[in-house]
Write a protein that binds this ligand. Structure first.
Ligand code: SF4
Length: 120
């Protein structure tokens, strides 16, 4: 059986102006409604200690095959999540990162759907 596809939206605690133009729950609903992934979730700050623990807990069972993360700069994401992925043996090439800062709800939703479609 194929592994699951998950989607995480990370929004800098919800206080960063870069995310002010989007309705984060609207973005999540948009992705979820179309059943593009097996699960969606929101995390306020993946790049700190409890965010790392969240990633380790989420991925430790090995059920997630692909993890799409919409947040900040993709290269920064790779660096910031690397330890968590390595700790649980998650293949970092199965992390698909997207920068959605300064996008509207519609723009963010469209970019996320394109990322998933291009990396099934
Ligand atoms: S991972 Fe990126 S978007 Fe998420 S809190 Fe850290 S800097 Fe902000």
């Amino acid at each position: 059986m194929a592994g699951k596809k998950g989607f995480i939206l990370c929004v800098c605690q919800g206080t960063c102006p870069s995310f002010a133009k989007m309705d984060v729950f609207g973005v999540l609903s948009d992705v979820r409604r179309e059943k593009l992934v097996d699960y969606v979730c929101l995390h306020p700050q993946l790049c700190v200690g409890d965010g790392e623990e969240f990633l380790k807990t989420l991925l430790s069972g090995g059920e997630t095959e692909k993890l799409y993360i919409a947040a900040c700069d993709p290269q920064m994401q790779c660096k910031m999540y690397r330890d968590a992925f390595e700790a649980v043996g998650f293949d970092k090439t199965h992390h698909l990162a997207l920068d959605i800062r300064n996008r509207t709800t519609e723009e963010a939703g469209a970019a996320i759907k394109e990322l998933i479609a291009d990396n099934p």
